[in-house]
Design a protein around this ligand. Structure first.
Ligand code: FES
Ligand code: FES
Length: 156
Protein backbone atom coordinates (compact mmCIF):
# COMPACT_ATOMS: atom_id res chain seq x y z
CA UNK A 1 0.00 0.00 0.00
CA UNK A 2 1.36 3.41 -0.93
CA UNK A 3 0.11 6.92 -0.49
CA UNK A 4 -0.30 9.31 -3.39
CA UNK A 5 -0.63 13.04 -2.89
CA UNK A 6 -2.77 15.04 -5.26
CA UNK A 7 -4.27 18.48 -5.29
CA UNK A 8 -7.94 18.04 -6.12
CA UNK A 9 -10.07 21.10 -6.72
CA UNK A 10 -7.52 23.20 -4.88
CA UNK A 11 -7.29 21.02 -1.78
CA UNK A 12 -4.49 18.61 -0.87
CA UNK A 13 -5.74 15.00 -0.92
CA UNK A 14 -4.00 11.76 -0.15
CA UNK A 15 -5.07 8.48 -1.71
CA UNK A 16 -3.87 5.11 -0.44
CA UNK A 17 -3.69 2.42 -3.08
CA UNK A 18 -2.13 -1.00 -3.51
CA UNK A 19 -1.25 -0.25 -7.08
CA UNK A 20 -0.15 3.10 -8.50
CA UNK A 21 -1.34 1.87 -11.88
CA UNK A 22 -4.91 2.29 -10.65
CA UNK A 23 -6.73 4.78 -12.91
CA UNK A 24 -7.17 8.24 -11.42
CA UNK A 25 -10.89 7.86 -12.22
CA UNK A 26 -11.21 5.06 -9.65
CA UNK A 27 -9.50 7.18 -6.99
CA UNK A 28 -11.77 10.13 -7.72
CA UNK A 29 -14.99 8.13 -7.71
CA UNK A 30 -14.34 5.35 -5.23
CA UNK A 31 -11.94 6.92 -2.75
CA UNK A 32 -12.67 10.63 -2.87
CA UNK A 33 -16.40 10.38 -3.60
CA UNK A 34 -16.24 12.69 -6.60
CA UNK A 35 -18.72 11.19 -9.06
CA UNK A 36 -18.92 13.81 -11.81
CA UNK A 37 -16.33 12.06 -13.97
CA UNK A 38 -18.00 8.99 -15.47
CA UNK A 39 -16.76 5.55 -16.41
CA UNK A 40 -17.83 5.17 -20.02
CA UNK A 41 -15.52 3.03 -22.09
CA UNK A 42 -12.50 2.79 -19.79
CA UNK A 43 -10.37 2.88 -22.93
CA UNK A 44 -9.80 6.57 -23.56
CA UNK A 45 -12.31 6.61 -26.38
CA UNK A 46 -15.44 8.39 -25.12
CA UNK A 47 -14.33 11.33 -22.95
CA UNK A 48 -16.91 10.78 -20.18
CA UNK A 49 -14.13 10.59 -17.58
CA UNK A 50 -12.43 13.86 -18.54
CA UNK A 51 -10.84 15.97 -15.80
CA UNK A 52 -8.27 18.75 -15.99
CA UNK A 53 -4.65 17.97 -15.13
CA UNK A 54 -2.81 21.22 -14.54
CA UNK A 55 -5.51 22.86 -16.67
CA UNK A 56 -5.42 20.45 -19.61
CA UNK A 57 -8.15 17.90 -20.31
CA UNK A 58 -7.10 14.30 -19.71
CA UNK A 59 -8.86 10.93 -19.72
CA UNK A 60 -8.86 9.93 -16.07
CA UNK A 61 -9.65 6.31 -17.00
CA UNK A 62 -6.21 6.07 -18.58
CA UNK A 63 -4.17 8.28 -16.25
CA UNK A 64 -2.38 6.26 -13.59
CA UNK A 65 -2.76 7.46 -10.04
CA UNK A 66 1.04 7.47 -9.72
CA UNK A 67 1.31 9.78 -12.73
CA UNK A 68 -1.36 12.12 -11.36
CA UNK A 69 0.48 12.46 -8.05
CA UNK A 70 1.95 15.90 -7.55
CA UNK A 71 -0.37 17.49 -10.09
CA UNK A 72 -3.42 19.72 -9.78
CA UNK A 73 -6.63 17.92 -10.71
CA UNK A 74 -9.83 19.79 -11.40
CA UNK A 75 -13.11 17.95 -11.60
CA UNK A 76 -16.53 19.24 -12.51
CA UNK A 77 -17.28 19.56 -8.79
CA UNK A 78 -14.42 22.03 -8.52
CA UNK A 79 -15.75 24.38 -11.21
CA UNK A 80 -18.82 25.70 -9.47
CA UNK A 81 -21.74 24.88 -7.24
CA UNK A 82 -25.46 24.51 -7.91
CA UNK A 83 -25.87 27.95 -6.33
CA UNK A 84 -22.98 29.51 -8.22
CA UNK A 85 -22.22 27.47 -11.34
CA UNK A 86 -19.20 28.08 -13.54
CA UNK A 87 -20.19 30.07 -16.68
CA UNK A 88 -19.79 26.94 -18.80
CA UNK A 89 -21.96 24.92 -16.43
CA UNK A 90 -24.53 27.73 -16.47
CA UNK A 91 -24.50 27.80 -20.26
CA UNK A 92 -25.05 24.02 -20.44
CA UNK A 93 -28.03 24.41 -18.13
CA UNK A 94 -29.43 27.36 -20.11
CA UNK A 95 -29.10 25.48 -23.41
CA UNK A 96 -30.31 22.20 -21.85
CA UNK A 97 -27.26 20.62 -23.44
CA UNK A 98 -27.85 17.12 -22.08
CA UNK A 99 -30.29 14.28 -22.53
CA UNK A 100 -29.10 11.30 -20.49
CA UNK A 101 -26.18 13.40 -19.25
CA UNK A 102 -23.58 10.66 -19.39
CA UNK A 103 -21.30 12.61 -21.70
CA UNK A 104 -21.95 15.95 -20.03
CA UNK A 105 -19.04 15.88 -17.60
CA UNK A 106 -16.55 15.41 -20.41
CA UNK A 107 -18.27 17.97 -22.61
CA UNK A 108 -18.14 20.57 -19.84
CA UNK A 109 -14.53 19.89 -18.85
CA UNK A 110 -13.36 19.93 -22.47
CA UNK A 111 -15.30 23.14 -23.10
CA UNK A 112 -13.75 24.82 -20.07
CA UNK A 113 -10.27 23.94 -21.32
CA UNK A 114 -11.14 25.13 -24.83
CA UNK A 115 -12.38 28.51 -23.59
CA UNK A 116 -9.30 28.95 -21.44
CA UNK A 117 -7.03 28.74 -24.46
CA UNK A 118 -9.48 30.14 -27.05
CA UNK A 119 -11.95 32.50 -25.38
CA UNK A 120 -14.08 33.04 -28.51
CA UNK A 121 -13.87 29.83 -30.54
CA UNK A 122 -15.56 29.43 -33.87
CA UNK A 123 -18.11 26.64 -34.25
CA UNK A 124 -15.50 24.66 -36.17
CA UNK A 125 -12.90 25.12 -33.42
CA UNK A 126 -15.43 23.98 -30.83
CA UNK A 127 -16.38 20.96 -32.93
CA UNK A 128 -12.72 20.04 -33.30
CA UNK A 129 -12.07 20.40 -29.57
CA UNK A 130 -15.00 18.11 -28.78
CA UNK A 131 -14.04 15.54 -31.41
CA UNK A 132 -13.02 13.01 -28.76
CA UNK A 133 -16.13 13.44 -26.64
CA UNK A 134 -18.85 11.07 -27.75
CA UNK A 135 -22.56 11.68 -27.22
CA UNK A 136 -24.98 8.88 -28.02
CA UNK A 137 -28.04 11.05 -27.49
CA UNK A 138 -27.49 13.74 -30.10
CA UNK A 139 -26.78 16.68 -27.80
CA UNK A 140 -23.82 17.94 -29.81
CA UNK A 141 -25.65 20.88 -31.31
CA UNK A 142 -26.84 22.10 -27.93
CA UNK A 143 -23.32 21.68 -26.55
CA UNK A 144 -22.02 23.92 -29.34
CA UNK A 145 -24.73 26.46 -28.48
CA UNK A 146 -23.68 26.31 -24.84
CA UNK A 147 -20.06 27.00 -25.80
CA UNK A 148 -21.19 29.94 -27.93
CA UNK A 149 -23.25 31.27 -25.03
CA UNK A 150 -20.42 30.84 -22.52
CA UNK A 151 -18.05 32.68 -24.82
CA UNK A 152 -20.41 35.60 -25.26
CA UNK A 153 -21.28 34.67 -28.84
CA UNK A 154 -24.69 33.17 -28.22
CA UNK A 155 -27.82 34.14 -26.40
CA UNK A 156 -27.14 35.88 -23.10
FE1 FES B 1 -12.43 7.40 -20.13
FE2 FES B 1 -14.25 6.66 -21.90
S1 FES B 1 -14.25 6.33 -19.75
S2 FES B 1 -12.49 7.87 -22.23
FE1 FES C 1 -26.56 11.19 -23.41
FE2 FES C 1 -24.65 12.77 -24.39
S1 FES C 1 -26.51 13.37 -23.45
S2 FES C 1 -24.58 10.63 -24.13
Amino acid sequence: MASYRLTVNGAPREVDAWDGDMPLLYALRNTLGLHAAKFGCGLGQCGACTVLLDGSPVRSCLLKLSDAAGHAITTNEGLGTPEKPHPVQAAFIAEQAAQCGYCTNGMVMTSVALLQRTPRPTREQAQAALGGNLCRCGSQDRVLKAIARASGQGEA
